[in-house]
Design a protein around this ligand. Structure first.
Ligand SMILES: O=c1[nH]c(=O)c2[nH]c(=O)[nH]c2[nH]1
Length: 307
């Protein structure tokens, strides 16, 4: 039997970094988790244990911290591009870099005091390869939303295993995970400037575009969720994606994953009580999981953006 090495990559996962920018008594914090993943000439290390082509994951982690000091963090997309480009440009054995960042929000309560924003997490996944191609996918997750009416579900297949009652008025709740692909990763050429300029969020152009797109997509997702009279979570998902693409010309594709957080009316008849959609059991699991993408008809090829 002959075998060969298949697809492989390696890196440091979840390097936690808090960066404090001090402007006199007023401080700014960025709280992120960075995962780097490199690929290239890695036959020897797998086949013979020759590490000559390997940039240690420990050095990758150190680079993250050193770059935060050198360039600031700024918009996560710009910081990720800066790192991805550095790994590919500085090491001949590294042909491709993937950098994923999660950002946890803190809201200001004083000049140097903050309360953790318990809500959603901002995300990005950036790729860069030796041919100079870059892709940027931005996103959010754990954006928990609920409509207490305006949601129906009926008309579905009924087979011998169906027990679900049709409803014309139910709670619709989900935790939105969304990722959107930027049509042009290019902001990227000035990514290093962006990251270095933007430590206090006064980002330069491409970096502030990422921030603007984030705010706009988030608003579209929330508005479309609230506005759509829903016949299914699938229909709501499409409406949310469509709204974001319509409002944001700079993005060409959005993918959404939305758990259906079921709320079942509790049967209160044993207690002589009615329940006109007022008291619900919020089930934890299992949950429906609705996933789908919306993209422009003329969206450019995604390449490795979703890998
Ligand atoms: O919005 C829904 N979509 C489904 O596909 C589904 N399936 C189910 O049991 N409940 C629901 N709700």
């Amino acid at each position: 039997m002959t075998v060969k090495l298949g697809a492989n990559r390696y890196g440091k996962a979840e390097t936690r970094l808090v960066h404090v920018v001090r402007q006199g008594p007023v401080h700014h914090v960025k709280d992120i988790s960075v995962s780097t993943s490199l690929s290239g000439d890695m036959e020897a290390v797998h086949l013979t244990g020759d590490n000559a082509a390997v940039l240690p994951t420990d050095s990758q982690k150190n680079t993250v911290y050193a770059f935060a000091r050198r360039h600031g963090v700024g918009q996560i997309e710009a910081f990720a591009l800066l790192l991805a480009r550095h790994f590919v440009a500085s090491q001949p054995s590294i042909h491709h870099a993937r950098v994923e960042i999660e950002e946890y929000g803190w809201n200001r309560t004083g000049p140097h005091s903050f309360v953790r924003d318990g809500g959603e997490v901002r995300t990005c996944v950036v790729h860069h390869d030796e041919d100079g191609r870059s892709t940027v996918v931005s996103g959010l997750k754990d954006l928990v939303v609920l409509n207490s009416t305006g949601s129906e579900f009926h008309g579905y297949i009924v087979d011998e295993y169906t027990t679900l009652e049709p409803t014309t008025d139910r709670i619709l709740a989900t935790a939105v995970a969304a990722q959107w692909r930027h049509a042009d990763a290019a902001g990227s050429d000035s990514a290093s400037d962006s990251a270095s300029d933007s430590a206090s969020d006064s980002a330069s152009d491409s970096a502030s575009d990422y921030a603007k797109a984030y705010t706009e997509v988030r608003r579209c997702l929330l508005d479309a969720f609230a506005d759509t009279h829903s016949l299914s979570l699938q229909q709501t998902l499409y409406a949310m994606g469509e709204r974001a693409l319509t409002a944001c010309p700079e993005i060409c594709e959005i993918r959404l994953a939305m758990p259906n957080k079921h709320h079942f009316p509790v049967d209160l008849s044993p207690f002589g009580l009615d329940n006109d959609n007022e008291v619900f059991f919020a089930a934890d699991r299992p949950y429906g999981l609705i996933e789908g993408g919306v993209l422009r008809e003329d969206a450019p090829d995604a390449g490795f953006a979703w890998e």
